[in-house]
Write a protein that binds this ligand. Structure first.
Ligand SMILES: C[S@@+](CC[C@H](N)C(=O)[O-])C[C@H]1O[C@@H](n2cnc3c(N)ncnc32)[C@H](O)[C@@H]1O
Length: 188
């Protein structure tokens, strides 16, 4: 691990999931956005693996497609639909999933993830997750409705059965201005 991985919740999420997923795996980017996590996942699982990515916005699909093309990546399926509908597209076991909540950076700040649909999506991912698989959730909450989403997600993950899941929370506790929180769930 290098210092860059420790400084930002998004990098720490990549570090954690990167220790578990490997070439050939099926993984999910639940919040595609500008495609940074999709690119990371696609490079990690390689040609033999595949990434299925979700976002509700045209712009996210467009930006992610551009980023993948630039990097010659063709193992990723980009789906324009809510992550809460993941079970319409995936029935096989997944090895990992990344959530990065909030609004699309440089996009419309009114289009944000919502607690009700996020929790449905996390719940469905946990059902699809294989043993020792991992889910990372980076919670941004500085925007309108963000605080409510943060509270509801933390409440939901705190209640997950300790016999079935390890749940970690990383909080940059000396930072002001709503630093993102990282939740990591590993299935036992
Ligand atoms: C913080 S951004 C994700 C950033 C992204 N991981 C990246 O690497 O650029 C959150 C994204 O979630 C998307 N989103 C909002 N509601 C969603 C839903 N129900 N299903 C899937 N994506 C959703 C937004 O459109 C936005 O692009």
């Amino acid at each position: 691990m290098d210092v860059k991985s420790l400084k930002r919740a998004t990098e720490l999420a990549k570090f954690f999931i990167g220790t578990i997923i490997k070439e050939g795996d099926l993984v999910v980017d639940a919040t595609m956005g500008n495609g940074n996590d999709t690119l990371f996942l696609a490079q990690t699982v390689g040609k033999e693996g595949s990434v299925i990515s979700f976002d509700i916005q045209d712009l996210a699909i467009l930006n992610t497609k551009k980023l993948l093309d630039k990097n010659n990546i063709n193992n990723s399926k980009l789906i324009q639909d809510g992550h809460e509908n993941i079970d319409r597209y995936i029935s096989n076991e997944i090895c990992g999933a990344m959530f990065n909540l909030g609004y699309l950076p440089k996009g419309d700040r009114n289009i944000v993830t919502k607690p009700e649909t996020t929790i449905v999506a996390i719940d469905k991912c946990l059902k699809l997750l294989k043993r020792n698989g991992i889910i990372t959730i980076v919670i941004y909450y500085g925007h309108l409705g963000g605080e409510d989403e943060k509270e509801k997600i933390i409440h939901y993950v705190e209640k997950l059965d300790e016999n079935k899941f390890h749940v970690l929370k990383v909080d940059y506790i000396n930072q002001t201005k709503e630093p993102p929180i990282l939740i990591t769930i590993i299935k036992k």
